[in-house]
Design a protein around this ligand. Structure first.
Ligand code: ATP
Length: 157
């Protein structure tokens, strides 16, 4: 069943916050992309921020749940995007705000959550072209800008 539809004017709307990451290889040349089965689209790991959670904790948890990767270092926040859609499951529109971090990980095989059928480490120049949504492309552009800058200190926690 189709879970999501285009925004429905006049229907109720609820806000929802998600957090995730563009995970780059240590050399910054590739990023991890996940292919979502239901909509046949490529995306980055992200998901719902639980009550009381920080953006960083939620991003790490979602990365672990969706990819199985545990040795991931979060760097700086790239930024946030927002978009609207209709959830037939919930019977409401959703205003989604999604915050993305830049993260680093060794290029290792992943263990995918079942909503995805493929994961690929994709060269940064090619990654943009796989994204269906303009806002996602903006996040990828932000990630590339950060990857070109000198690296910040490694986080302590
Ligand atoms: P989450 O991973 O945050 O729990 P989800 O998997 O339930 O979320 P989304 O990835 O937010 O859902 O996708 C919900 C709907 O919004 C889908 O139809 C998707 O195609 C669409 N969508 C996803 N990203 C964008 C975007 N950047 N701009 C516009 N629409 C988007």
């Amino acid at each position: 069943m189709r879970r999501f539809d285009p925004f429905r004017e006049g229907a109720p709307i609820v806000p929802e916050l998600s957090s995730g990451a563009v995970i780059a290889t240590e050399d910054g040349k590739k990023v991890l992309m996940l292919h979502e089965i239901a909509e046949d689209r490529w995306c980055f790991p992200k998901g719902h921020v639980d009550p009381g959670e920080s953006l960083e904790t939620a991003a790490r948890r979602e990365i672990r749940e969706e990819t199985g990767l545990t040795d991931v270092r979060l760097e700086r926040e790239i930024g946030e995007i927002s978009y609207r859609y209709y959830s037939s499951e919930r019977g409401t529109n959703i205003l989604k705000v999604a915050v993305y971090f830049l993260a680093r990980s060794a290029e290792t095989p992943v263990r995918l959550e079942r909503i995805f059928d493929r994961a690929e480490w994709v060269a940064t120049e090619a990654a943009r072209g796989r994204l269906a949504w303009e806002r996602d492309r903006e996040i990828m552009d932000g990630a590339r800008r950060q990857l070109r800058k000198p690296q910040p200190p490694v986080e302590s926690a």
